[in-house]
Design a protein around this ligand. Structure first.
Ligand code: HEM
Length: 337
């Protein structure tokens, strides 16, 4: 998943070592972020009181910039030379149009049409990589945990996949996914029951407002209990049960434009810009994993749904599973094993 996002971000296929270095710098900074919350309170003072934290974070960002700079420079050079990807790169595996290309095209209209600075590019690419991978990987782990814990759900998914996907094809195609109603419902139920983010990013109130008798003053920082919304017994029947059928029967709007029953991606102006990509990745990985393998609990290692808050809310005990090739299982079943 990380390699895929690095390709989408920088538009270059990097070697394993380069990807590992970017991933490690990214993860160190991400895990350190919780230590930086102290700076939201009286930063002029806390910056001195917690000087060590400040310099450590600064050093981590410097390391990241060191890794990104050659990639940014190469991209700028490509843009300045008139490379025609279809001629210079007929296989299309060197010059992929990327997130960085779109950032380099930006001109800030209210700041004399200036381009983004290198520091701004580093922060935005870093945000893209961490927001785009940690969340999706966490969601995938939780969904697969439910697939293992509820064999009836897994069997129903496999039946749908075998019915819809073309026989003998290497992977399930995007247009086939669109016809897999139950796979989509499993992904939605996973995001409702185990949203990777239990809160959204902090939002600020632009005008004083009264909500159900509570005054929320202008400029207050507010947040929303995303997980609790998805578990609300007044809205969801038996909310703690993992029952994808509820989405087959009713469907749901996760963008908040029609209703807000769950909001794993936030809603409104600051809704997650990666929503479409994340849902596509989740459906794609879950469907292909279930098509290729049968997933079971390891004997004596029951799937444990305890949570641990990190950058996202992850499984406290990472998923440990046994898997067997589906083709092999069909062969053994056919031979009466
Ligand atoms: C299952 C996967 C994902 C979940 C659950 C998720 C969830 C969220 C949430 C809750 C927010 C905060 C919204 C708010 O503050 O109102 C957010 C913001 C964001 N997400 Fe995602 N996200 C996912 C995948 C992705 C992907 C794949 C990308 C990019 C490739 C991405 C990029 C971002 C960015 C850049 C922001 C910040 C937007 C802003 O500051 O306005 N996310 N995401």
């Amino acid at each position: 998943m990380f390699s895929l996002l690095v390709l989408m971000c920088f538009g270059e296929k990097l070697g394993e070592d380069a990807i590992k270095a970017i991933e490690s710098a990214q993860r160190d900074l991400l895990l350190y972020t919780s230590k930086l919350n102290v700076f939201s309170f009286a930063p002029a003072i806390t910056k001195h009181l917690f000087r060590h934290r400040w310099t450590t974070a600064f050093e981590m960002r410097r390391r990241q910039k060191e890794l990104y700079t050659p990639l940014m420079t190469a991209k700028k050079e490509h843009k300045n030379t008139s490379i025609n990807p279809s001629v210079d790169d007929p296989q299309g595996d060197r010059y992929v149009y990327s997130y960085l290309d779109s950032l380099l095209d930006i001109k800030l209209a209210d700041e004399n049409c200036r381009a983004l600075t290198d520091d701004e590019l580093v922060v935005l690419c870093s945000e893209f990589l961490s927001n785009g991978t940690e969340t999706t990987v966490t969601a995938l782990e939780w969904i697969m945990a439910s697939v293992v814990k509820y064999p009836n759900v897994q069997a129903k998914m496999r039946e749908e996949i075998e019915r819809v996907a073309e026989d003998g094809s290497e992977v399930i195609k995007e247009e086939e996914l669109q016809r897999m109603v139950y796979v989509k419902a499993v992904v939605m139920e996973g995001l409702r029951r185990h949203p990777p983010a239990h809160l959204v990013l902090p939002h600020s109130v632009s005008e004083e407002i009264v909500v159900e008798g509570y005054v929320i003053p202008k400029n207050a920082s507010i947040n929303f209990g995303v997980a609790e919304m998805g578990w609300d017994g007044k809205v969801w029947e038996k909310p703690m049960e993992f029952r994808p059928e509820r989405f087959v029967e009713e469907g749901v709007d996760v963008t908040g434009s029609r209703e807000i029953k769950m909001m794993p991606f936030g809603v409104g102006r600051r809704i997650c810009p990666g929503l479409g990509l994340a849902v596509l990745h989740l459906e794609y990985f879950v469907a292909n994993l279930v098509r290729e393998f049968e997933w079971r609990e390891v004997e004596g290692e029951e799937v444990d749904l305890a949570v641990k808050p990190e950058f996202t809310v992850v499984m406290k005990h990472p998923l440990l599973v046994a898997h067997h090739s589906s083709a092999m299982m069909r062969y053994l079943a056919h031979d009466g094993w």
